[in-house]
Write a protein that binds this ligand. Structure first.
Ligand code: HEC
Length: 160
């Protein structure tokens, strides 16, 4: 126990020494302090279930916007159906049945727009990548198209 404490103290001392010696010698007290604070570990960010990307808030209606869903369907058929079924059956990626019940709308849109960062940083998307072992490709979907795809997936879940 004691030796662990000593080792920790030694480590801290080394950090202080390093931060003092590596910078400019005319450092003031305050800059030394901020130098130390900078080395403190970042506080963990809480997962709000909205994923990581440009979408922070989406309004969805109680009813399906049928015109928007139809637009989403044609995008889905062109850019998504090679890897995704609308049932729960996996192809390359997971079957998408029920996805709008299981994930927040923001999360789904961020996954569509920003899949690489999502599978690196978002805990849920990381797990999916670990299961499927294929990175979902970025299909260059803009926000309005991602919104249409979300509506189509909502329609798919309402009809099932
Ligand atoms: C190259 C294959 C591929 C394409 C194309 C693709 N995806 Fe994916 N998708 C995946 C994989 C694989 C995953 C699981 C995460 C991972 O491994 O990257 C995934 C995950 C998802 C998820 C999360 C599913 C869940 O269970 O939470 C959604 C939603 C999704 N994709 C929607 C789309 C949409 C919409 C498109 C079309 C714009 C699309 N994907 C295009 C392969 C693909």
């Amino acid at each position: 126990m004691k030796s662990i404490k000593n080792a920790a103290l030694l480590f801290l001392a080394a950090l202080v020494f390093y931060s003092c010696s590596s910078d400019n010698t005319a450092q003031t007290e305050t800059t030394q302090e901020s130098g130390l604070a900078h080395q403190a570990p970042e506080a963990p960010v809480e997962d709000d279930g909205k994923g990581i990307g440009p979408i922070t808030s989406v309004e969805v209606g109680a009813d399906i916007d049928e015109a928007l869903a139809t637009e989403g369907k044609s995008i889905f058929e062109g850019k998504c159906s090679a890897c995704h079924q609308l049932s729960d059956q996996k192809v390359v990626g997971p079957g998408l049945a029920g996805v709008t019940n299981n994930r927040k709308p923001e999360w789904i849109m961020n996954m569509i727009i920003n899949p690489e960062e999502m599978t690196k940083k978002d805990p849920t998307a990381k797990k999916l990548l670990a299961e499927h072992l294929t990175q979902m490709t970025n299909q260059n979907i803009n926000e309005p198209d991602a919104r249409a795809l979300l509506e189509f997936l909502r329609q798919n879940d309402k009809n099932s």
